[in-house]
Write a protein that binds this ligand. Structure first.
Ligand SMILES: C[S@@+](CC[C@H](N)C(=O)[O-])C[C@H]1O[C@@H](n2cnc3c(N)ncnc32)[C@H](O)[C@@H]1O
Length: 282
């Protein structure tokens, strides 16, 4: 009986690249490397390549996405965290550090209270917890598949995940206590959902993408509820597109928050930030 050839062989590598390239994968070499490192056997690799060639996003095939240097588990049917959202995390982390200096400051030893609303996989909350070290983390999403996925990703930070519509499922004790309300809402205008890449249209749920007629329906509802939950001096951060930003900022300002817009041209990312003035009581 002859021994089976070592896996992965040069032939496995070349065949995987060729198959992915033929299926239209632009980054065939990179994806082949990732799939090969994830597959334990030739059969497992073949199954993964089949799924990718059939159009599933590589992150769903692998079961994870890289986000802020972390491996975030992403189940099939759950929104894949985008690189641009790292900008929201960076802005939120900088504001959180100012809100409550960490345990190294004995005068203010409390953990920063972070809420990741519309959490999807929980990537934003998990990344903030990793960046800040000591947080009280809460996350929520309307989609049960997202909630299941997020529970695994925020567990390391001791985070809680709730299922329901926006603020509805959050515990009432968080009212007036949230330092950072980080929200990546769906913000694609309904009429533009059909223009998204096929991977997003076919493999991410519509509820994760569709923001209503002008893309701002969910954002407006988030903005309208934010001051009830934010601590004085706390911040709402919500991702939007550059051209939606003026209307998004107006919505954030309507409920008593002080709005401003931050943009990263490197990541093509826009975040509207709303500050709850410190002078306001609970
Ligand atoms: C663009 S995805 C963002 C997911 C995650 N925050 C991220 O950046 O990877 C939007 C998420 O909002 C959730 N969502 C949409 N409408 C919602 C609502 N009314 N209440 C709670 N979550 C909602 C979707 O299920 C989806 O997971």
């Amino acid at each position: 009986m002859s021994a089976s050839p070592p896996f992965p062989s040069d032939h496995d590598r070349a065949a995987t690249v060729t198959r992915l390239r033929a299926a239209g994968c632009v980054f065939a070499e990179d994806e082949a490397r990732l799939l090969i490192s994830a597959a334990r056997t030739p059969a497992a690799l073949a199954a993964m390549v089949d799924r990718r060639a059939a159009g599933q996003p590589v992150e769903h095939v692998l079961g994870w996405a890289e986000f802020c240097g972390l491996r975030i588990a992403v189940d099939p049917g759950v929104f894949i965290p985008r690189r641009r959202t790292e900008f929201l995390v960076r802005r939120a982390a900088a504001l959180a550090r100012r809100a409550a200096p960490g345990p190294q400051d004995p005068a203010r030893p409390r953990a920063v209270v972070v809420v990741d609303l519309c959490c999807g996989s929980g990537a934003v909350g998990a990344a903030l917890a990793a960046a800040l070290g000591r947080v009280e983390l809460h996350a929520a999403d309307i989609d049960p598949a997202a909630v299941r996925c997020a529970r695994g990703n925020v567990a390391a930070a001791g985070g809680q995940v709730y299922q329901g519509d926006l603020y509805g499922p959050l515990p009432a004790r968080l009212r007036g206590r949230v330092d950072i309300l980080a929200v990546n809402v769906p913000y694609v205008p309904s009429g533009d959902v059909g223009l998204l890449p096929p991977e997003a249209r076919a493999h991410e749920p519509r509820v994760a993408l569709d923001g209503g007629a002008d893309g701002l329906d969910v954002l407006r509802r988030v903005a309208a509820g934010a001051s009830l939950w934010l601590a004085p001096g706390g911040h709402l951060l919500v991702e939007t597109s550059e051209h939606q930003a003026p209307r998004a900022a107006e919505a954030v300002g309507r409920d008593g928050l002080i709005p401003r817009v931050a943009h990263s041209s490197r990541l093509n990312a826009t975040v509207v930030i709303g500050a709850r003035p410190r002078g306001q009581g609970k």
